[in-house]
Ligand binder design. Structure first.
Ligand code: ZN
Length: 168
């Protein structure tokens, strides 16, 4: 396992559309474990492979307080969405930005685990929001895309400035 580098907005690779995983081998398992380690290391509750520059449909999530209930979602798919909920979201690729986003309140989804077995699940609350947020990443979509263009531009300028200061 290793800590992977997280890409920051506006890195163009965050816009890549990830491809389905076809081979469930040791390499995939190790990559998924490294993603989980990277997510814990950055105190995140979810991480998508596109955020570490790998265009594969792999997501790791852990919304538990004890940080001991990891979920590996490979080739995840939303089957149905229900209700509406507004909550404040953040993203490891858009550091220190938190904004309100409207999402479905409940989701039914399916995904494969590290061995390729398919599981179907229901989620609500924080987990439902997190799943919708992470699945967006696999299609190159960020939570700030739900905000107004003006707000997004402001965020972009702020992050570009911070990146320049970090380099100086
Ligand atoms: Zn994110």
């Amino acid at each position: 396992m290793s800590i992977l580098d997280i890409l920051y907005y506006p890195d163009p690779k965050l816009r890549d559309c990830a491809k389905p995983v076809e081979l469930f081998d040791q390499q995939l398992a190790e990559f998924a474990d490294s993603m989980l380690e990277t997510m814990y290391h950055s105190s995140g509750i979810g991480l998508a492979a596109t955020q570490v520059g790998v265009a594969k449909r792999v997501v790791v999530i852990d919304v538990s307080e004890e940080r001991d209930q990891p979920q590996f979602l490979i080739n995840p798919e939303i089957l149905s969405l229900e209700g509406e909920e507004v909550s404040e979201e953040g993203c490891l690729s858009v550091p220190s930005v938190y904004e309100k986003v409207t999402r479905a309140e409940r989701v039914r989804f399916r995904a494969q685990d590290k061995s390729g077995d398919m599981v179907e699940m229901d989620a609500e609350g924080l987990l439902a929001v997190c799943i919708q947020h992470e699945l967006d990443h696999l299609d190159g979509k960020l939570f700030i895309d739900y905000l107004s263009g003006l707000k997004r531009q402001r965020i972009r300028k702020k992050l570009e400035k911070e990146a320049r200061l970090a380099q100086a």
